[in-house]
Design a protein around this ligand. Structure first.
Ligand code: G
Ligand code: G
Ligand code: MN
Ligand code: NA
Length: 256
């Protein structure tokens, strides 16, 4: 399991970085948030995709230190952006939490510690969970989500529509944002079924008082159509790819 050994070293030696992809208000185009995405370039200079190393981290338990590092790095970055802006820089940062990480770590105390260590308020952080996180231990996840809300964080359901859980959780759990999975967004302008699914998710979210983010927006036509359908936010290569923290701050200074 050499990738595991290398990943352990990478976490210790700060070979990992976070990149940041803007999430924009569809109506105004302003950046409201950045999703933090882990990036790893190994000692041979090869980039390893999170699709490869996150599952290894989950199987090995390294997801706990990796997740703690990501949370701390995200909070530190928000504090740095505020310092550069000389004020609240106006955006928050969204962190991905995997289902296994939620099982293995005490997430709320971990988030609270990272916020305190960096002098950052909870409202500056969004936590992205997937439906798979809700399946294994619904009571435990419900308590965790309530605790995260008490810290002031925003909770988003990532990849919405691709999981296997029933929809009853939507009325029980304190979810603020549904992120419409990219698979429904890509090509939806030429696919009546996809548009129907997107419309259904938007009306469900609206009825439940949740905001929505469409993932994978790659064209202006898509952004305009989704805005007209009432989607709150958009994320995708149209706005920007995930970029390092400095470049993300430059986007913010440019656009907002
Ligand atoms: O950025 P990219 O498309 O390569 O990300 C691939 C997947 O890896 C996404 O599903 C994303 O949620 C996941 N991912 C990226 N960074 C992190 C992280 O810090 N923690 C967790 N749990 N997942 C991450
Ligand atoms: O699963 P999650 O939503 O956390 O994964 C985010 C992933 O989606 C990242 O790997 C990011 O690079 C990718 N991504 C973001 N915007 C786009 C887009 O417009 N098109 C495509 N194909 N991928 C995107
Ligand atoms: Mn995500
Ligand atoms: Na997603």
């Amino acid at each position: 399991f050499s990738i595991e050994t290398e990943l352990r070293r990478a976490i210790d030696n700060a070979e990992l970085t976070l990149h940041f992809q803007p999430i924009c208000d569809l109506a105004s185009g302003r950046i409201i948030s950045f999703e933090a995405l882990a990036r790893w370039t190994n000692e041979h200079g090869q980039p390893i995709s999170p699709n490869e190393f996150i599952p290894v981290a989950e199987e090995s338990g390294l997801i706990v230190p990796l997740g703690r590092w990501a949370m701390d790095c995200a909070a530190r970055t928000v504090a740095e952006w505020d310092a550069r802006a000389g004020a609240d820089c106006g955006v928050n940062v969204a962190i991905n939490l995997s289902a296994i990480q939620l099982q293995r770590d005490q997430i709320a105390p971990m988030v609270e510690a990272a916020l305190a260590a960096n002098g950052v308020e909870g409202r500056r952080i969004t936590l992205e969970l997937t439906e798979s996180a809700l399946v294994t231990d619904p009571d435990r996840i419900s308590q965790t989500m309530q605790a995260l809300k008490s810290l002031g964080t925003t909770l988003a359901m990532d990849d919405f529509g691709t999981g296997y859980s029933n929809l009853a959780y939507l009325q029980k759990l304190p979810i603020d944002i549904l992120k419409i999975d990219r698979s429904f967004v890509t090509g939806m302008l030429a696919d009546r079924d996809k548009i129907a699914i997107v419309r259904a998710i938007l009306s469900l979210a609206q009825a439940l008082g949740m905001r929505t983010t469409a993932e994978g927006i790659e064209s202006n036509d898509l952004a305009q159509t989704l805005a007209a359908l009432g989607c709150s936010y958009g994320q995708g290569f149209l706005y920007a790819r995930p970029v390092p923290a400095d470049a993300a701050y430059a986007l913010l200074a440019d656009r907002n």
